[in-house]
Ligand binder design. Structure first.
Ligand code: PEP
Length: 252
């Protein structure tokens, strides 16, 4: 299966910095690139996506659930689509934590994004406290069941689920292979019980949390992992190139 790599710049890089990044990335992309790659840029840089090599898609890090209206400072799905955006991250733990995004809001955002033809990267994952109190399965179930409430099976092809243990994001701590495998199984089981075995098998699941070029190989070999959501490491174009290149050279 084709691997998928989603780079999340978060609130980093000005437009001149993004332009330098794009130039570096375009110049060093492997000719044999065989993965889907998406750069989730800050809103202010989405207009620069047109300078990216055509094999790289542009993504946003968030969007509002309403189509338009009095929501000062917010961005709609239409606005993203007009800029050529193809992917949108929804439910990132930083949005859940700092911007009070609830599972209900995330569900609305997913429905709006799908209606506009955007591919959704839905982030789910437990905190350290939840893991320590053995609530990982319960939390993943809550997050996925609410996020997918009212979503039809044929719409799942527009949704990529990123398993991102909150305690691994930006901390330098990577989840163990066993923990990732367990979470992937839980996610597939949920999809199977709410939809079908086929849907569970087809569901694209990424890992995210302090992944670097040093840890990518072993994580991406884990059964059922289809790619990665990369935050900090993606800010260096050469690091991102290393992560995506390995899979272009070795077709898995
Ligand atoms: C993220 O922001 O989704 C992420 C995985 O960040 P990092 O790679 O820096 O942990």
């Amino acid at each position: 299966m084709k691997k998928i790599f989603v780079a999340n710049f978060k609130m980093n890089k000005t437009n001149p910095e993004v332009l330098d990044y794009i130039q570096e990335l375009n110049n060093h992309l492997p000719e044999s690139l065989s993965s889907d790659v998406c750069l989730c840029l800050p809103y202010t840089s989405l207009c620069l996506g047109k300078f990216l090599d055509e094999r790289i898609a542009v993504g946003a890090q968030n969007m509002h659930e309403e189509d338009f209206g009095p929501f000062t400072g917010e961005i709609s799905a239409d606005m993203l689509c007009c800029l050529g955006v193809k992917y949108v991250i929804i439910g990132h733990s930083e949005r859940r934590k700092y911007f009070n995004e609830t599972n209900e809001k995330i569900n609305k955002k997913i429905k709006t994004a799908l209606r506009h033809g955007l591919k959704v990267v839905l982030c789910v994952g437990e905190t350290k406290v939840q893991r320590n109190s053995k609530r990982t399965t319960e939390i993943l179930s809550q997050q996925i069941e609410s996020a997918l409430s009212g979503i039809f099976e044929n719409e799942l092809k527009g949704i990529i689920i990123a398993y991102e243990p909150v305690w691994a994001i930006g901390t330098g701590k990577v989840a163990s292979s066993e923990d990732i495998e367990e979470a992937v199984k839980t996610i597939r089981k949920l999809i199977s019980s709410h939809y079908s075995k086929q849907a569970a098998q087809d569901q694209k699941i990424l890992y995210g949390g302090s992944l670097t070029s040093g840890t990518a190989k072993s994580i991406l070999k884990i059964d059922g992992i289809c790619g990665a959501l990369v935050g900090g490491a993606s800010l260096d174009p050469n690091e991102l190139i290393k992560i995506i290149s390995w899979f272009s050279l070795k077709v898995i």
